[in-house]
Each structure stands twice: as structure tokens, then as C-alpha cells.
Write a protein that binds this ligand. Structure first.
Ligand SMILES: NC(=O)c1ccc[n+]([C@@H]2O[C@H](COP(=O)([O-])OP(=O)(O)OC[C@H]3O[C@@H](n4cnc5c(N)ncnc54)[C@H](O)[C@@H]3O)[C@@H](O)[C@H]2O)c1
Length: 339
């Protein structure tokens, strides 16, 4: 099979990771790299001398040889670049978040349908083997009904100037929350503060309510002392911790729970008892595959075999809709926003 020719748009901090993964792929090849900054293009050319580099991504769009593009530019440019790529009939992989509002996301989805191209969003955690493992545990009923999920994403930098910490970091955790719960929130409430750049929030916390009594809390910060990326999932039967920066034992399953003793025959309301159960901790062996590679290979598979991307435009829109609601709560002094 002929290799699928690709164009990479954006070779800043994250773009080079895609160039590497494409270089390691057996069924695709990188023909172009576009970046508006000369220094980025020099870096790309030095590492990949046969690459065609250009300051204008439209040069890629006019080459009929190129089937798909990978967009890894700042969030505020996503909508415009993605739109032009779709209109040029290129399949599009775009980094998270898909774009900056619901209307633009809906437009991109419809355009991709009309032009019969794939639109995939970089919700990379859904390709993480630990996340897949946990999702499987939940779906097989091992945790019991979900009660509370707690996400922390804190570090010192990188600090962005085009979007606030919510738009930068929340796509990861919101995409995972939707995936784990298999449902969408009906309300959000949030609080945040900016300390460094006027109007750009550095710290945001958000609380999301889902149907069936499921509650999610999230905190995002890019001015924290140490890198923390952890998730606690509390179910009726068991609890799970996922520490994505741990060197080992990244997932732990706690045989712990808190429940009302159900056999209340012949006892009055005052005699109801709460049982706290604290059992073993299991550390499962989980194969460690590179999520970015899994994600990229999935995109190529969708393009080559006309499949629907797992993290398609609709998934991107779901995440953008929730972030927009959280942003609305922040803009309205932490009022509750219904979805
Ligand atoms: N999945 C992840 O874990 C992850 C990690 C980091 C970044 N990202 C995402 O990747 C994207 C880029 O982030 P980054 O950290 O690499 O940013 P960056 O600022 O380091 O790099 C962006 C690059 O895009 C170039 N650029 C800007 N406008 C352009 C345009 N109109 N045409 C061509 N090139 C243009 C810039 O010159 C720069 O080299 C963002 O959407 C971000 O959310 C994802």
C-alpha cells in the first residue's frame, strides 16, 4: 500500500512529537512542515532534511498528493486553519481543544461531513492504556456505581498567552470524565483567578454534576510547585487512583467503600448503620504503550480504511461545550450554569 502523505502545521513544543511518530510509522510519511516562525522551520529542516518547509500552510493545501494534515498550532488558530484544510478536502487531525466555541465546532463538524473528510481531535488520554484499563474496570462493574471523580492537573508552566489554564488543560480531564462516566453533565460551577496576565486565568477549579448522582471535581493550575496529574474514582464497591506521573504503580485499585448497611429489617431509622470497608490494594500490570503513537495510528487507520475516529468532531464539540459552560460560570462570578 502506498504511504499516506501528510502535512504537519505547527512545529513548536508539541509538533515535533508528531514528526517523530510519523517518522516511526510504516504506512504514512511526512511531506510538509508549515510554521509561521522561521526558527521552528529551521529546527524541522535540520532534523528532517528531505521535508518541504513553508511559512504558509496553504502551500500544503494546494498539493493534491497530501491526503491529511496534523494541526498543532495555538488554540486560537485552530478553527480557521482546520476550516481551510477541510475545504481543501484534507483529512484533519487537530490538537485539543477543537476550537474556542460551540458554533465553530458545529461548523467544522458539518463541513467535514459535507467534504467527506475525517475530523479527529487530540484527546490523547483516551488512547492511554491506563485509561483504557480503568474504563474496562468501570464497564465490567468492578468499581460499582460511580459516585465521585476527582481530577488534579497542576504544574509550574508551561504558561500560555492565547488561552487560559482552563482551555489549555481541561480538555484532557473533561474528555476522560465523559469517557469514564459515559454521560454528559447537566450543570457546572467554577471559580478561578488570574495572577500573571490580565484576563488570563492561572488557576481554575470546577465542579460538574452528572445524572444518577455522579459528581466530578477538577482543579487546573500552571503555577503550582510540583507536577501533579492524578485522578481518583470513587465507586460504590471500589476506588481507583491513577497517578500519571508516577514512575511505577500508576493505577491502584482500592478494595474500600462506604455504604449504608442495607438489611434494616426490624430496625428504626436511628439504627441505620454506615459500614466502612477497607480491604486490599491491587496494583494491576498494565502494558505501557505510547498514547501519542496509539492516537496517531488510529487516525491513519481511519483515513486509510474509512473508519469513524474514536475522538471525532462530535467528541471535540462535547468537550468544547462543557468548557464553554465552565467559562460562563467563571465570567458570571461562579454562578451555576445548566447545560
Ligand atoms: N496533547 C497534549 O498533551 C498536548 C501537549 C501540548 C500541546 N498540545 C496542543 O498542541 C497545540 C500547540 O501547542 P504547543 O505547546 O506546541 O504550542 P507552541 O506555541 O509551542 O507551538 C505552536 C507553533 O505553531 C506555530 N504557529 C502559530 N500560528 C501559526 C499559523 N497560523 N500557521 C503556522 N504555524 C503557526 C508557532 O510558530 C509555533 O511554532 C495546542 O493546541 C495545544 O493545546 C497538546
Amino acid at each position: 500500500m502506498e504511504k499516506i502523505k501528510l502535512g504537519l502545521i505547527g512545529y513548536g513544543y508539541w509538533g515535533p512529537n508528531f514528526a517523530r511518530v510519523i517518522g516511526e510509522s510504516s504506512n504514512s510519511t511526512l511531506k510538509y512542515c508549515a510554521d509561521s516562525d522561521d526558527r521552528s522551520l529551521e529546527r524541522a529542516k535540520k532534523k528532517y532534511p528531505t521535508l518541504i518547509t513553508t511559512k504558509d500552510y496553504r502551500d500544503i493545501l494546494s498539493d493534491g498528493d497530501v491526503k491529511a494534515v496534523i494541526i498543532v498550532t495555538p488554540t486560537k488558530t485552530h478553527y480557521q486553519i482546520a476550516k481551510e484544510c477541510i475545504l481543501a478536502k484534507k483529512h484533519v487531525f487537530i490538537e485539543k481543544p477543537l476550537c474556542q466555541n460551540v458554533k465553530e465546532a458545529q461548523e467544522l463538524i458539518l463541513l467535514a461531513q459535507d467534504y467527506k473528510v475525517k475530523l479527529m481531535v487530540g484527546h490523547v488520554f483516551l488512547f492511554n492504556s491506563a485509561v483504557k484499563f480503568i474504563k474496562d474496570l468501570i464497564d465490567r462493574g468492578h468499581i460499582g456505581r460511580l459516585r465521585h471523580l476527582h481530577f488534579q492537573r497542576r504544574n509550574l508552566g508551561p504558561i500560555r498567552q492565547d488561552v487560559n489554564v482552563l482551555w489549555d488543560l481541561a480538555p484532557h480531564d473533561i474528555s476522560m470524565a465523559l469517557h469514564f462516566i459515559g454521560d454528559k453533565p447537566f450543570s457546572v460551577i467554577a471559580s478561578g483567578e488570574s495572577f500573571l496576565q490580565k484576563g488570563i486565568l492561572d488557576v481554575v477549579s470546577a465542579s460538574l454534576k452528572f445524572p444518577h448522582n455522579v459528581m466530578v471535581n477538577m482543579i487546573f493550575s500552571w503555577i503550582d510547585p510540583v507536577k501533579v496529574r492524578d485522578i481518583a474514582i470513587v465507586g460504590e464497591n471500589k476506588m481507583v487512583l491513577f497517578d500519571d506521573v508516577a514512575q511505577s504503580e500508576r493505577v491502584k485499585i482500592f478494595n474500600k467503600n462506604a455504604n449504608i448497611i442495607k438489611n434494616t429489617l426490624d430496625v428504626s431509622f436511628g439504627e441505620y448503620q454506615i459500614s466502612l470497608h477497607s480491604g486490599d490494594i491491587l496494583v494491576p500490570a498494565i502494558e505501557n504503550r505510547e498514547p501519542l503513537k496509539e492516537e496517531f495510528n488510529h487516525f491513519i487507520d481511519c483515513v486509510a480504511n474509512n473508519k469513524k475516529p474514536f475522538t471525532d468532531g462530535q467528541n471535540g464539540l462535547d468537550v468544547v461545550r462543557i468548557i464553554s459552560a465552565i467559562q460562563q460560570s467563571l465570567d458570571q462570578n461562579s454562578t451555576l450554569v445548566k447545560l
